[in-house]
Design a protein around this ligand. Sequence first.
Ligand SMILES: [Mg+2]
Length: 285
Amino acid sequence: MTPIEIEIYKSYAQNIARPLSCETPVEISVAKIAKRYDAIFFDAFGTLYAYQNKVYPGALSMFRFFREQKKQIRLITNAATKAKEELLQEVNSMGFDFSLEEIFSSGEVFKDLNHEWNYKSAVFIGNESGKSYLRAAGITDFSDRENAVVITSLPGEDSLRETILKILSRPNAHLIVLNPDAYAPRIGSERVPVTGTYAYKLHLETGCRISYGGKPFPKLFQNALASLPAGSRTLMIGDTLGTDILGAQAAGIDSCLIPGRNMETAVLTRDEELLGLRPNYYLNP
Ligand SMILES: [Mg+2]
């Protein structure tokens, strides 16, 4: 991880304020997971597929195996930039067969968060269809009237940055981040900084209040857990320590990291030490 990525994920861990587990992980097979767990939470991007919808080798067969085994399956994603219906279509076009009810998007968490804030207006940075999450939370206009800015993906135009900076420099400005991911993986190339990093830098630059919805923060996990039959033994499978694994620990469920997806395996041990957390398992398919 880069120094800023460590700083960001450490700030998330502090925010969550729960003791983290750093026990040595053990390797686990897909078959063993099926024996030990009733419900599987999948991360999407970087775990099942990556940039340009490239499905990782083995991801589809693992998914189908859990389906055959009649496991409860959920997609727990920070990809809030798209409406859930659009996301569903996209993942299923890659060969998965999720239902809408099995998808839990960080976008939906805004509704829970906004119960407390009760914003009626917010500037939105993200794909047009992502506005559906804000409308569902009672946002009726997308102006800067209330100095709230909701971000789900990087702004397409540089000119927008000036506008955002101006709003966030106001005394009671509030930046709400619905995709806390600091970096995104690319197959066969460098990882790139994304929304979490962009928002954190805006927060440092302006001193604005910053709030997060999505992994690793608990609400998204709580919503997904509430959809399961009582007593389900649940495992989160993901590629990112600071979101999937930290989030699973914060939610009190076990976690399994797929090594080599988001970062070189050799770097992983150092990152685990820096963040002070480890998954329960490494996947060995
Ligand atoms: Mg991921």
